[in-house]
Design a protein around this ligand. Structure first.
Ligand code: SF4
Ligand code: SF4
Ligand code: SF4
Length: 691
C-alpha cells in the first residue's frame, strides 16, 4: 500500500488512465498508489540516446523516490555519468546529461481517480493454443508466479521441453521491418543475418493460398530452381522482432524513387501488430521447401531452411546468434549441441523458455550446457556415445540379418549420408527397420530375441548420421576451456567446434580474454590490452589434421556458409572461429555487420580455410579467402568504443598500442600470405590422423 508506479508509455497523460487494464486500475486505487508516466523512448530519441533508456529511467527513479533531495540526486547521477562514460568521450557525457534534464521535464504524475473505469483485460502470458506444459508451468513463470507452481508439475529429471520461446511474445520492438515486395530481389540476406530468426522467407505453390489474410504479402518467385510459377513471401514476426535493424542495414536494394528507403524498412510496430500477428500465423502454416531439394550451398537457398533456433533472448542485434541459427538450419535435427557456459548458454536455455525448437515432425537439435572448463570434453563424450550406439546397432543388424533381410541390413550399414537426400533415404530405412522390429516383437520370438529387438529399436535412430557441435565463446575456447579444447582437437574425432568470438567475456562481466585484441579496453585491461590476440586458428592448424576456418558473416556470407558445410563434411575435428560483434564492443548493433566487414578489410580478421583433405589431393590445404590491408587498422578499430575510449583517457598510450596492433596485423597477414602461397601441401601428405 502507498507504493509508486512508474510507467514508460507512449500514451499521453490525459489518456493514460483509460488505457490501463481493469486489474491495474483496481490495484492502483485499492493500494492507494501514486502513478507517474514518462515516454522514455521519446526522450532517448530526442537526446540522441537511440533506444537506451537506462539513464532516463534511473533519473525518474531518483526524482520520484525522494531517497535524496531531488537536486542532490540529479547532481549525483551526473557525477556517476561522468565517471561511467567519461572515458567514452565528452559527446556521450553531454548526451546523457541532456537526457537527465529532458527526463525531468517529461515526467508527469497522473492523478489516480476514485473509480475503476476500464473494461480492458490483461492479456494472458501465453496464447490459448500453448501446449499443456507451457500453459501450466512456463506461462506462470513468465507471469512472475513461478513460486506457486507445484513441484509435481516440474519435469522429474530436470529436462525442460524445447520449442517454448515462441510462446513468449515480448513485443519489445518499437519499430519493425516491413517488406517492399515490388523492389525486393529475393536474396534472403536479411533472413541470414537476423539474430532472432524473426524474418523468414518461404517459397510455395499458389494452391496453398487459402483464406489468405487481407494484408498478407507475397509475390512471384523470381527463380525457377524449385519449379515454375511459385510464389515467394518474406514475413516478420513483429511480436518477437527486437527492432535491431540489422536486416535493413544489410539489404542491398535501394528504392530508386526514394533513396533513403530499401526493400525492407522500419515502421512503428504498434499500428501493425494485430495484422502482422495474423500474417505470421498464416505464414507459418505454409509449407517449407523439401530439405532434400534445397541447394544449401547458396545463401538465398540456405535461408529457405527452417531455423530450429528462434526468438532467443540474446541482446538485440547480437553477432553470435546468426551463426547458431545457421547451424540449426543447415544440420537441422541431426545437430547435437554441447554448449559452454557464457552468453550462448544463457540465451540458449534460460528459464522459462528455450529457443531451440522442432520441425513439423517434432524433431529438433538436442542441446545441453556444461561448464566453462569442460565443454569440449562434454561434446567429445556425445561423439563417443553416439559412435558406440551406432556400432552396437550395426552389430545387432548383422546378428539378425536373416530375419531383417540382406537388402535392408546392407542399406542401413553401407548408407552414404553425405547430403540431405542420403540422410532422408537412411531415415526411410530406419523407419522400415522399426516397423519390422515392432512386428517381430509382437510375433512369437524368444524373450531373449525380443529383448534384443527392443534394444535395437532404442538404438535405431543412431544409424542416422549425427552432427556434433561444440559451441561457446572465446572465454571458454581461448581461456578456461582451452586445455580440453586442445585435447579434443588432438583426438581426431569427428566433432565440429564453433567459437563465437566476441573477443571479451561478454555477459560474464566484460573481462578481457586471450582473444581480446591489443589496444582494446576491457576489465583487467583498463589501459588497453598490452598483448596481441592469441592465434587459436594457427595453433589448431599445427596439428595438420584439424579443419580450421575463420569467418565473418558481415564480410562474406557465402564464405561463412561454405565453411560450415565443409567443416561438417570433414571426417575429423573442425574448428570454426566466428567474428561476433557484441554490445561489449560499444558499437551501433544495428550496423554490426559493417564492423565485421571493416575488421576483414583491415586484415585484422583474416578469412581462411585449412582443409586437411586437400593434402591427399596434392593441394595446399590453406586458402586465404579475404583481401586484407585494404584499410588501416585504426579505421576499423576506431568505429568501436572499446578502442576509442583509450584515445580520450590516454591518447599517447592509445597511439602506441594502435601502432603496435597495426604491426601485429601486418606481420600476421604476411605469415598467412606465405602459407597460402607455399608449396602444394605435399610435405604434409605423410601426416596421419591420430588414433
Ligand atoms: S529488426 Fe532485427 S530482429 Fe527484427 S527482423 Fe530485422 S534483424 Fe530480425
Ligand atoms: S535483403 Fe532486401 S532484397 Fe534481399 S530478400 Fe531481404 S528485403 Fe529482399
Ligand atoms: S553480450 Fe554480446 S554476445 Fe552476449 S548476447 Fe549480448 S550481444 Fe550477444
Amino acid at each position: 500500500e502507498g507504493a509508486t508506479f512508474l510507467l514508460n508509455t507512449k500514451v499521453p497523460k490525459e489518456l493514460v488512465w483509460d488505457s490501463l487494464p481493469e486489474k491495474v486500475q483496481k490495484d492502483l486505487i485499492n493500494k492507494k498508489m501514486k502513478l507517474y508516466i514518462i515516454d522514455a523512448y521519446k526522450v532517448a530519441d530526442e537526446t540522441g540516446m537511440g533506444v537506451r533508456i537506462n539513464t532516463i529511467m534511473q533519473t525518474c527513479f531518483f526524482a520520484i523516490s525522494k531517497i535524496f533531495p531531488r537536486d542532490e540526486a540529479i547532481r549525483m547521477i551526473k557525477d556517476s555519468i561522468k565517471k561511467t562514460y567519461g572515458a567514452k568521450g565528452d559527446k556521450i557525457v553531454e548526451m546523457n546529461f541532456n537526457a537527465v534534464d529532458q527526463t525531468l521535464s517529461n515526467l508527469y504524475e497522473v492523478e489516480v481517480p476514485a473509480q475503476v473505469t476500464s473494461k480492458i483485460q490483461l492479456q494472458p502470458a501465453v496464447s490459448g493454443n500453448a501446449p499443456e506444459f507451457v500453459a501450466d508451468v512456463t506461462a506462470n513463470i513468465i507471469a512472475g508466479f513461478g513460486d506457486d507452481i507445484p513441484v509435481s508439475k516440474m519435469p522429474c529429471d530436470g529436462t525442460f521441453p524445447t520449442a517454448t520461446a515462441k510462446w513468449e511474445k515480448r513485443n519489445i520492438a518499437l519499430e519493425v521491418p516491413i517488406w517492399d515486395k515490388e523492389i525486393c530481389i529475393q536474396c534472403n540476406k536479411c533472413v541470414l543475418v537476423c539474430p532472432h530468426a524473426t524474418i523468414r522467407a518461404k517459397v510455395f505453390e499458389e494452391k496453398e493460398l487459402v483464406n489468405v489474410p487481407e494484408t498478407f504479402k507475397y509475390t512471384k518467385f523470381k527463380a525457377k530452381d524449385y519449379g515454375e510459377n511459385l510464389l515467394y513471401s518474406l514475413q516478420v514476426a513483429v511480436e518477437d522482432c527486437t527492432g535491431c535493424g540489422l536486416c535493413v542495414d544489410v539489404c542491398p536494394v535501394k528504392n530508386k524513387k526514394e533513396t533513403k528507403l530499401k526493400a525492407i524498412n522500419m515502421v512503428e510496430q504498434l499500428p501493425i501488430r494485430e495484422q502482422e500477428r495474423a500474417n505470421w500465423d498464416y505464414f507459418l502454416n505454409l509449407s517449407n521447401l523439401d530439405r532434400t531439394k534445397v541447394n544449401v550451398s547458396k545463401i538465398k537457398d540456405s535461408q529457405f531452411l527452417e531455423p530450429l533456433f528462434e526468438f532467443s533472448g540474446a541482446c538485440s542485434g547480437c553477432g553470435e546468434t546468426p551463426y547458431v541459427k545457421l547451424v540449426s538450419q543447415l544440420f537441422g535435427d541431426r545437430a547435437v549441441v554441447a554448449n559452454a557456459t557464457g552468453c550462448s548458454s544463457i540465451y540458449g536455455g534460460n528459464l522459462p523458455t528455450t529457443p531451440w525448437t522442432v520441425d513439423k515432425d517434432g524433431r529438433g537439435p538436442a542441446w545441453s550446457n556444461s561448464l566453462f572448463e569442460d565443454n569440449a570434453e562434454f561434446g567429445f563424450g556425445f561423439r563417443l556415445a553416439i559412435d558406440k550406439h551406432n556400432t552396437h546397432a550395426k552389430q545387432l543388424l548383422e546378428k539378425y540379418r536373416n530375419e531383417l533381410g540382406d537388402q535392408l541390413v546392407d542399406g542401413l550399414i553401407k548408407a552414404q549420408q553425405n547430403d540431405e537426400a542420403g540422410i532422408y533415404e537412411q531415415r526411410e530405412r530406419v523407419a522400415q527397420l522399426k516397423q519390422r522390429l515392432n512386428s517381430f516383437i509382437s510375433n512369437g520370438y524368444s524373450d531373449e530375441a525380443k529383448g534384443e529387438f527392443n534394444h535395437l529399436l532404442s538404438l535405431a535412430d543412431y544409424l542416422v548420421k549425427k552432427s556434433v557441435w561444440i559451441m561457446g565463446g572465446d572465454g571458454w575456447a581461448y581461456d578456461i576451456g582451452y586445455g580440453g579444447l586442445d585435447h579434443v582437437l588432438a583426438s581426431g574425432k569427428n566433432v565440429n567446434i564453433l567459437v563465437l568470438d566476441t573477443e571479451v567475456y561478454s555477459n560474464t562481466g566484460g573481462q578481457m580474454s586471450k582473444s581480446t585484441p591489443r589496444g582494446a579496453v576491457a576489465k583487467f585491461a583498463a589501459a588497453g590490452k598490452p598483448m596481441a590476440k592469441k592465434d587459436l586458428g594457427m595453433m589448431a592448424m599445427s596439428y595438420g589434421t584439424v579443419y580450421v576456418a575463420k569467418v565473418a558473416m558481415g564480410s562474406n556470407d557465402a564464405h561463412t556458409v561454405k565453411v560450415f558445410l565443409e567443416a561438417e563434411a570433414y571426417n575429423g575435428p573442425s574448428l570454426i572461429i566466428a567474428y561476433s560483434h557484441c554490445i561489449a564492443h560499444g558499437i551501433d548493433m544495428g550496423r554490426g555487420m559493417r564492423n565485421q566487414k571493416a575488421a576483414v578489410d583491415s586484415g585484422y580478421w583474416q578469412l581462411y580455410r585449412y582443409n586437411p583433405d586437400l593434402v591427399a589431393k596434392g593441394e595446399n590445404p590453406f586458402k586465404l579467402d579475404s583481401k586484407g590491408l585494404k584499410i588501416p587498422l585504426a579505421d576499423y578499430a576506431y568505429m568501436e568504443t572499446r578502442y576509442k575510449m583509450l584515445t580520450k583517457t590516454h591518447p599517447d598510450h592509445a597511439k602506441k598500442l594502435m601502432d603496435e596492433a597495426q604491426n601485429d596485423v601486418n606481420e600476421r597477414w604476411k605469415l598467412y600470405e606465405q602459407l597460402a602461397l607455399s608449396g602444394n601441401g605435399k610435405e604434409n601428405s605423410k601426416i596421419e590422423k591420430p588414433e
